[in-house]
Design a protein around this ligand. Structure first.
Ligand code: NAP
Length: 496
């Protein structure tokens, strides 16, 4: 890995859930990997009045919890902690930014990564106050956590106001899915091998399924989730970004804009889901009481901070279509939900059937389709389902799998995506971050589903611990298909 220049990571929201669970442990790992030189610093910023020692005690607890025993050692912790400081700033008070300015005194030559891990409603004000306090230097970068707004109009507003302070190449809009190994491997797989390109098109691919299933519920963040829902939380960003990487044309180079231009073309080619199509191509669901991994869990409506008559969706399934020569007629079925039977993020690409059944005078009357599955979470790897002859005198065909697991080939370490992305933004590589035009186009794609012309769609209840509402099954059944099972590895048949 490339050595990083001296940097200051100014972490707004340093006491928040994301910082404590993900960002600080990821920074610790960067430190352990030797990428945080002795002059680099982490400056955590939040509203709570804490001394440096109190803050360090807080992050020590969470680092112990979220890092493995092997990773966390006293010596490493002391070395990392020596480079961490805390500054109390209420971002709504311009005077408080003077303290931050003072803490950064004499360090304007260092790369300054300003990470806004706060509610997006604070982004504009924070950037205005940073500029007014003279904290934005030519070597500054600002990282914006998702969700960037709650619809296209609010995203435009944030992009415009942040864009008034920072140049576009200084703005890093994060989607941590793009930092995950298997997501990046998708690019390597597609553009590092000749095997896939001839298959990667209509004519060869029948359909694509992308699933992000969680077993977790709202985890005490009911109030936040009430105003978000699965479409905003998962589809607008993670799922559409996966579609982009999967469907984009080969970029002309690995230059960040060459890659991002191709991804944008996919978003622009998404057929708008509007009018009757909203009802025909989308399904919303909300979990009811049930059991996940044998543990009883409450209904979404009984979660703290959730209205008793809430219609916020905790599950969404939709059929996306891409109007390009490569993808016309190939549906991309997307689904995501909370409190599902299993935790699983995967992309499965189902190839077309053979043109005719050669073995018709034999006991073979059906072949399972070839399916390439890219597993992103919890395990990292790929699986290919194909057919072989069952050994013996009679022609019989058996479905088999060929699997690749990262752990079998590489000394794998869990990477939630933030580590790669933090490294990239310190380095100044924008490839895995979203540009303003991409954010605005993806919001435009979901806005019509969020606000259908005939009023909101019904939200269908599903039992916690299931695979979602039956209406989501019907969405695929209407096309003669079925979702890949969540709980096991069997391939589902697909009628031709
Ligand atoms: P959170 O737990 O509610 O933390 C919010 C942070 O913002 C706290 O550090 C809080 O400081 C700070 N803050 C609030 N008002 C402030 C003010 N006026 N001045 C200065 N600091 C202020 O939120 P979170 O879960 O960490 O999420 C942060 C952002 O990341 C949100 O945009 C969220 O949507 C996004 N995100 C979160 C997750 C996740 O897993 N948590 C995942 C993806 C994206 P005090 O504690 O001192 O008040």
């Amino acid at each position: 890995m490339q050595k990083l220049d001296t940097f200051d990571m100014v972490l707004f929201g340093g006491t928040g859930d994301l910082a404590l669970r993900k960002l600080v442990p990821a920074l610790y790992r960067r430190h352990v990997a030797g990428q945080m030189g002795p002059s680099s610093r982490v400056l955590a910023v939040a509203r709570t009045n804490l001394s440096r020692e109190e803050y360090l005690a807080q992050i020590e607890t969470t680092c112990r919890k979220h890092l493995s025993g092997e990773e966390f050692t006293e010596a490493r912790w002391r070395a990392f902690a020596a480079q961490v400081d805390y500054v109390r700033v209420d971002v709504t008070d311009p005077q408080d930014f003077r303290k931050l300015r003072a803490a950064l005194e004499g360090r304007d030559d260092a790369t300054r990564v300003i990470f806004l891990s706060t509610a997006p409603s604070l982004f504009t004000l924070t950037c205005d106050n940073l500029a007014a306090a003279d904290i934005v230097t030519p070597k500054s970068r600002v990282v914006l956590e998702k969700p960037l707004g709650h619809d296209r109009a609010s995203a435009d507003l944030i992009n415009r106001s942040v864009g008034a302070i920072f140049a576009e190449q200084q703005i890093y809009r994060i989607d941590h899915y793009l930092g995950k190994e298997t997501v990046q491997n998708l690019m390597a797989l597609r553009f590092g091998n000749t095997l896939f390109e001839p298959l990667w098109r209509r004519g060869r691919i029948r359909h694509v399924q992308i699933t992000i299933a969680e077993q977790l519920g709202v985890e005490g963040r009911g109030q936040f989730y009430e105003h978000t829902g699965a479409l905003r939380d998962m589809v607008q960003n993670h799922l559409l970004q996966l579609v982009c990487i999967l469907a984009m044309e080969p970029p002309t180079s690995s230059d960040p804009d060459a890659v991002r231009d191709e991804k944008l073309k996919v978003l622009r080619a998404l057929r708008p889901i509007m009018g009757n199509a909203v009802q025909n191509k989308t399904v919303r669901g909300q979990y009811r009481a049930g059991a996940v991994s044998g543990q009883p869990v409450p209904s979404y409506l009984d979660e703290a901070g959730v209205a008793a008559d809430s219609t916020t969706e905790t599950f969404v399934a939709l059929k996306a279509e891409i109007d390009t020569w490569r993808w016309a007629g190939v549906p991309f079925y997307l689904r995501t939900g909370k409190r599902m039977t299993a935790r699983r993020t995967e992309i499965s690409v189902q190839l077309k059937a053979v043109p005719f059944l050669l073995f018709r005078d034999t006991p073979v009357d059906k072949l399972v389709p070839n399916v390439l599955t890219l597993r992103i979470d919890p395990e990292h790897g790929t699986t290919f389902d194909f057919n072989v002859k069952v050994p013996g005198p009679v022609m019989q065909i058996g479905a088999v799998k060929s699997s690749f697991k990262y752990g079998d080939f590489f000394a794998e370490r869990p990477n939630v995506g933030y580590e790669t992305l933090l490294y990239d933004c310190m380095l100044g590589d924008e490839t895995l971050f979203q540009r303003a035009d991409s954010i605005e186009t993806s919001w435009a794609a979901v806005d019509s589903v969020l606000h259908p012309e005939g009023g909101p769609l019904p939200v269908h209840g599903y039992t916690a611990g299931s695979a979602g509402p039956k209406e989501a099954d019907a969405l695929l059944q209407a096309d003669g298909r079925a979702w890949r099972p969540l709980a096991d590895e069997h391939t589902q048949d697909d009628k031709n």
